[in-house]
Design a protein around this ligand. Structure first.
Ligand code: G6P
Length: 606
C-alpha cells in the first residue's frame, strides 16, 4: 500500500528515505519517489516499478540535502506512470507525499484550475501540493498553511510536505491513515509504518486523527484537530528493524512457508498460561462476557475467521457470524445481541477492518484484535489484543500469519469451551496436546514441495481451477483458490463440496482441475461422492488428504498427503499444501511471487 516517509537530520536525506522505502517494499506498490530540499532548492526523483528503479536513478543523479520525503505508491486515482508517482510538486516550491484518498479532490481541482493552476497528474493527491503552494504564496506560516489545507480537504490521509520557503521543516498531518513520528537526539523522521523507521529510532509518537505537526531537527510541534497544541505520548515500540533478506530462499513467501512451525509454536506459547492451560491470555470473567461474536476481516484473514467460526461454535457453543469488514458498517447491521467484535488482521492497518472496528466499538461491542504487527493501529486501538507471533511477513500473500491466526482462533475456542463447561480439563488437555503436535506436523508438510511440483505444473497450464472442501475445509478451499489466483493469475474459485452440484458444476468440462481437501472425518464419504460427480463430467481430480487416507480416492489424478492429524487440526496442516501449490504454480509461470500485480500487503484505502 502507499507508504510515506520523511526525514530531517544530519545525514543525506535521500539515502535515509530510500533505505526506509525499502523497508516498506513488502507492502506492495507500483512506483516510488523522493524529494529533498538543499540550499533553498527542491529536488525530485520518481520512478515507475520497484525501488531498485528509483535507486538506480538516484545513483546516477543523487538528490542533495538533509531534509526529504519519500513515497511508495499503489495506484488509486490515475494509472501507473511517473507523472502520477509522488512526490507531487507545485510551482517548483512545494512537494508533497500522500497516503489515502482526498474525497473532494475534484471540487478543489476545479477551483484551482479556474485560478490558473496547471495539473500534471491524474491523482487526487496533487491538489495538496497546490493547496500548500497557495497558502505559502499568501504568506502563511507552516502551521497556518497546514490549518488552511486541512480545512479544505475531506477524506482519509497521511501527508507530508516540504517547501522551499521553509527549508528546515516537514509539515505532516493525518486522518484515518496511520502516521508516526520517530524521535532521536539528532533526527526526526515520520513514516506510515513504525517498522520503516525502526532502524533509526524506537521512540515514536502516533499522531491521532486530525493531528498536524511541524517537524524540525530535534523537535516536533504537534497540534490537534482544534488547532490547539497537543502533547502526545512518546512510546517505545518493539518493532524490530525489518529483516530484508530472504535467508537463502528464492522468495520471502518460500521462507515464510518454512517459518510456520516456529510461528505456530510461538503463537501457542502466547496462548498458554504459566500453568500450561490454553487461556488465549484471558481471565475467566472476560471469557464469560463473550456471548455472541461477530468476526470482521478482509482477504486471507476473513477466511481464517470463517474457519474460526466453525471451531468456536462447535467447541464453545457460542454463536459467531463472520463478515467482510468492508461491508459491515455500511449495511446497518443489527448489533444489539452481539457482545464482541473480533478483528483479524495481519497488518493491523487494513482500513476496512479498522473502520469496522470503530463502528463496532461505537455500537458498544468489546473489540478483540488478532493482529500480527504489534504496534499497528488495530493492535493499539482494540480493547484486547490476541497476538499472532508469526514475525514480520513480507510476501504479499499471507502464509505464516494465516496459520498463526488459526492457532489463536483455535486457542480462543478451547479457552471459551472450557469456561463454558463444554470441555473438561482432560478434553482441553487433549486438544492442547493435539495443538502441540502441530509444529511437527507442519514441519513435515512443508518438506513435501516435490510431491506438489507435478500438480503445480498441471495448474500452470490451466485457465481455471476449482477448490472444494466441507466443514472447516470449505473456507480453506476458498483461501486456497485466493492464493492460486493472486499469485499465479489462474482463475480459481472455492466452493463447499456439497454446493458444487447447485451451480458451479456447470463449469466442469474435460480436463478442468478440481482440487479437493478431504478431511479425516465421516463427511469424507459425501465429499468423495461430490468428487465423483465432477470426475464423471471430465474433471481432473486432485486430492489433499492425510497420509493414512492416501488411497481413499482411487480415481484421483494426483493425491497429496499431509501428516496424519485430527479433524480439528486439518485446516492448519492442509493449509501448507494449498500454499505450496500456489507458490510453485506462480514460480513455474514466472510471476512476481512476493509482490503480485495490482496487490498490496496492507490496503489503507476503502
Ligand atoms: C490485502 C492483502 C491480502 C490480505 C488482506 C487483509 O488485500 O493483499 O493478502 O489478506 O489485505 O490484510 P490484513 O493485514 O488486514 O490481514
Amino acid at each position: 500500500m502507499c507508504g510515506i516517509i520523511g526525514y530531517v537530520g544530519a545525514e543525506p536525506a535521500a539515502d535515509v528515505v530510500l533505505d526506509s522505502l525499502r523497508r516498506l517494499e513488502y507492502r506492495g506498490y507500483d512506483s516510488s519517489g523522493i524529494a529533498t530540499i538543499d540550499n533553498g532548492n527542491l529536488h525530485v526523483s520518481r520512478a515507475v516499478g520497484k525501488i531498485k528503479m528509483l535507486s538506480a536513478q538516484l545513483a546516477v543523479s543523487p538528490l542533495p540535502g538533509t531534509v526529504g520525503i519519500g513515497h511508495t505508491r499503489w495506484a488509486t486515482h490515475g494509472g501507473v506512470t511517473e507523472l502520477n508517482a509522488h512526490p507531487h510538486v507545485a510551482g517548483g516550491h512545494v512537494a508533497i507525499v500522500h497516503n489515502g484518498i482526498i474525497e473532494n479532490y475534484a471540487d478543489i481541482k476545479a477551483r484551482l484550475i479556474v485560478a490558473g493552476v496547471v495539473f500534471l497528474s491524474d491523482t487526487d493527491s496533487e491538489v495538496l501540493a497546490h493547496l500548500f503552494h497557495e497558502a505559502f504564496t499568501a504568506g502563511k506560516t507552516p502551521v497556518d498553511a497546514l490549518d488552511q489545507v486541512l480545512s479544505e480537504i475531506k477524506g482519509a490521509f497521511a501527508l507530508a510536505a516540504i517547501a522551499k520557503q521553509y527549508p528546515d521543516c516537514l509539515m505532516v498531518a493525518r486522518n484515518a491513515s496511520p502516521l508516526a513520528i520517530g524521535l532521536s537526539d539528532d533526527l526526526v523522521c515520520i513514516a506510515s509504518d513504525a517498522v520503516a523507521m525502526a532502524h533509526l529510532t524506537r521512540r515514536v509518537i502516533y499522531l491521532k486523527d486530525g493531528d498536524r505537526a511541524v517537524i524540525r531537527k530535534g523537535e516536533a510541534e504537534i497540534y490537534d484537530i482544534d488547532q490547539q497544541p497537543a502533547n502526545r505520548e512518546i512510546v517505545t515500540v518493539s518493532a524490530a528493524p525489518m529483516l530484508v533478506d530472504k535467508g537463502g530462499y528464492r522468495h520471502f513467501m518460500e521462507k515464510e512457508i518454512h517459518e510456520q512451525s516456529d510461528a505456530i509454536s510461538n503463537t501457542i506459547s502466547a496462548m498458554t498460561s504459566e500453568t500450561g492451560a490454553i487461556t488465549a491470555g484471558f481471565e475467566t470473567e472476560h471469557l464469560a462476557a463473550i456471548k455472541h461474536i461477530v468476526i470482521l476481516a478482509a482477504g486471507t484473514s476473513f477466511y481464517a475467521g470463517q474457519i474460526g467460526r466453525y471451531w468456536i461454535e462447535q467447541i464453545a457453543g457460542i454463536p459467531v457470524s463472520v463478515e467482510v469488514a468492508s461491508e459491515y458498517r455500511y449495511r446497518s447491521p443489527v448489533t444489539a445481541s452481539y457482545t464482541t467484535a473480533l478483528l483479524i488482521s495481519q497488518s493491523g492497518e487494513s482500513l476496512d477492518t479498522m473502520k469496522a472496528m470503530e463502528f463496532a466499538k461505537a455500537a458498544g461491542l468489546t473489540t478483540l484484535g488478532i493482529v500480527n504487527v504489534p504496534d499497528s493501529t488495530i493492535a493499539r486501538e482494540s480493547d484486547i489484543v490476541l497476538p499472532t507471533r508469526a514475525g514480520p511477513e513480507i510476501g504479499v500473500a499471507s502464509t505464516k500469519a494465516f496459520t498463526a491466526q488459526l492457532t489463536v482462533l483455535l486457542s480462543l475456542a478451547i479457552a471459551l469451551g472450557q469456561q463454558r463447561g463444554r470441555l473438561s480439563i482432560a478434553e482441553a488437555d487433549a486438544l492442547h496436546a493435539q495443538m502441540m503436535s502441530l509444529p511437527g506436523a507442519i514441519g513435515q508438510a512443508v518438506s513435501r514441495f516435490d510431491e506438489i511440483r507435478p500438480i503445480a505444473h498441471r495448474l500452470s497450464r490451466s485457465h481455471s481451477a476449482f477448490f472444494l472442501g466441507r466443514g472447516t475445509l470449505f473456507p480453506l478451499a476458498c483461501e486456497a483458490a485466493l492464493k492460486l489466483k493472486e499469485l499465479s493469475y489462474v482463475h480459481a474459485e472455492g466452493f463447499a463440496a456439497g454446493e458444487m452440484k447447485h451451480g458451479p458444476i456447470a463449469l466442469i468440462e474435460e480436463g478442468v482441475p478440481v482440487i479437493c481437501f478431504v478431511g479425516p472425518n465421516e463427511l469424507s464419504k459425501k465429499t468423495i461422492s461430490n468428487l465423483r460427480e465432477a470426475e464423471a463430467r471430465g474433471a481432473d481430480v486432485i486430492v489433499v488428504c492425510t497420509d493414512s487416507m492416501k488411497d481413499i480416492v482411487d480415481f484421483a489424478e494426483f493425491t497429496v498427503t499431509v501428516p496424519d492429524c485430527t479433524e480439528l487440526m486439518a485446516p492448519l496442516v492442509m493449509a501448507i499444501p494449498a500454499q505450496i501449490m500456489a507458490y510453485l504454480t506462480a514460480s513455474e509461470k514466472g510471476t512476481d511471487v512476493d509482490q503480485p500485480r495490482n496487490l498490496a500487503k496492507s490496503v489503507t484505502v476503502e
